[in-house]
Design a protein around this ligand. Structure first.
Ligand code: GTP
Length: 426
């Protein structure tokens, strides 16, 4: 019905005769969203010591992670990947952001890291579950969005290629979260090494069909935005240097960076590393895009799969139109739906067959009992007829006053009995 209603409404293009005021709509949306504030959840995954906490502090320019105490040599490490989240309310020019960072200490730190990805996938799915549960409540006024909007995956700066652990993690997570791979501590590699490493990582990602987050481009975009998007895309995977320290750079400039005997690496200098481009992608330009993609595609696909697996039917006639195009259920969902339909069709055919068989049996039985009834009816009719004839015969005989069986030597005459002897002739 909804699809019909949509299709039935004709759209006519009209020119305005004067100012109406709906050009102010973006400002209304702006005011409203500033009042409401924003929620953003970023997950950081990577082996211990790759600079995750430092990068988060650098990205949001806040000491979200306090300086760490070094682990004592005999201190016990956790035996599994633990998930910890820190939330902070930060404000910039009146815009409030509830930032949540989900850390995954222990990832890749064990002798056997086969299942390191498991607790992380479970955590992401639990957040989807919690959102779905809130959506299904009677009162949906205040939905808290704890879903992970982006996952920064820290790749060790080995200069070789992706490790099996990296590939396994990305393969397991790329359909559930916006993956943003970063080369950690890129200051430990030369420019050429970084370029080669990036090429190899991209080749590995393509080979394993891993989908990483790409900033979307739209047809009606201006030149500047298209160039910016292309520049960001050309830097993936971002080679990152993190530092929450301010150092003195040449020209007596106070910059965030790392000071080495041979010079200073500036975090915010695009010539030195890709930190600026990463921040652009994650915070300045595409934070809303990451949130939307999480909601419209990743969550929606997960939700469809979850509801289908629970046996809730999908109304395929109405798919939500979004700017990414029509949302098509993922392959797995489509396959599930097809299998489900085939199963239903088979069940229906089987039920029809059983029904027909039962009907035939019943009909045969009815026919048989009908025939038996006819036969009995016929028999009874015949015996009754016979009885009737006998009785009629008896009646006639009684009325005639004659013996029932004529005696020897007697002649029947109407009303009288005569003896037929020789004496009468005499
Ligand atoms: P865990 O909490 O153990 O998982 O570590 P982490 O990944 O959060 O690393 P953290 O930010 O604590 O950094 C570990 C060490 O690496 C610190 O001494 C940082 O100063 C240093 N470090 C952080 N970022 C960089 C970087 O970009 N380059 C270099 N060379 N060192 C870095």
């Amino acid at each position: 019905l909804a699809a019909n209603l949509l299709a039935a409404t004709p759209i006519i293009r009209k020119k305005l005769m004067g100012y109406v005021g709906f050009a102010n709509l973006p400002n209304q949306v702006h005011r409203k969203s500033v009042r409401k504030g924003f929620q953003f959840t970023v997950m950081v995954v990577g082996e211990s010591g790759l600079g995750k906490s430092t990068l988060v502090n650098t990205l949001f320019n806040t000491m979200l992670y306090p300086p760490k105490e070094p682990l004592a040599p005999n201190a016990e490490r956790t035996q599994t990947v633990a998930i910890q989240s820190i939330s902070a309310d930060i404000e910039e020019n009146g815009v409030r952001l509830r930032l949540t960072v989900v850390d995954t200490p222990g990832f890749g730190d064990f002798v056997n890291n086969d299942d390191s990805w498991k607790p992380i996938v479970e955590n992401i799915e639990a957040r989807f579950d919690s959102y779905l549960e809130q959506e299904n409540r009677v009162n949906r006024q205040k939905i808290v969005d704890n879903r992970v909007h982006a996952c920064l995956y820290f790749i060790q700066p080995t200069g070789h290629a992706l490790k099996p652990l990296d590939i396994e993690f990305m393969r397991r997570l790329h359909t559930k979260v916006n993956l943003i791979p970063v080369i950690a501590k890129a200051d430990t590699l030369t420019d050429d090494e970084v370029a080669e490493f990036k090429a190899r990582i991209l080749a590995d990602i393509a080979y394993h069909n891993i989908q990483i987050f790409q900033a979307p481009t739209y047809d009606n975009e201006d030149e500047e935005t298209i160039t910016e998007t292309e520049e960001i895309a050309s830097k993936i995977p971002f080679a990152i240097v993190g530092s929450d320290q301010v150092v003195i750079a040449p020209g007596n400039r106070h910059v965030r960076g790392r000071s080495y005997p041979w010079g200073v690496i500036e975090v915010d200098n695009e010539e030195h590393c890709d930190f600026v481009k990463l921040r652009q992608m994650l915070v300045r330009t595409y934070m809303e895009e990451l949130r939307e993609y999480t909601n419209d595609i990743l969550y929606e696909n997960w939700r469809t799969e979850k509801l289908l697996s629970m046996g809730v039917a999908q109304d395929s006639s109405v798919f939500k139109e979004v700017k990414y195009g029509t949302i098509v259920p993922p392959y797995a969902c489509r396959k599930n739906a097809v299998l489900h339909e085939a199963k239903l069709a088979k069940m229906e055919a089987e039920m029809k067959m059983v029904f027909q068989q039962k009907v035939q049996e019943k009909e045969a039985k009815l026919k048989q009992s009908e025939e038996e009834l006819y036969a009995r009816h016929r028999e009874m009719k015949e015996s009754l007829e016979k009885q009737r004839l006998d009785l009629e015969e008896k009646k006639r005989k009684i009325e005639n006053g004659r013996p029932l069986t004529p005696e020897k030597g007697t002649v029947r005459h109407s009303g009288f009995h005569h003896a037929t002897t020789g004496d009468s002739d005499r």
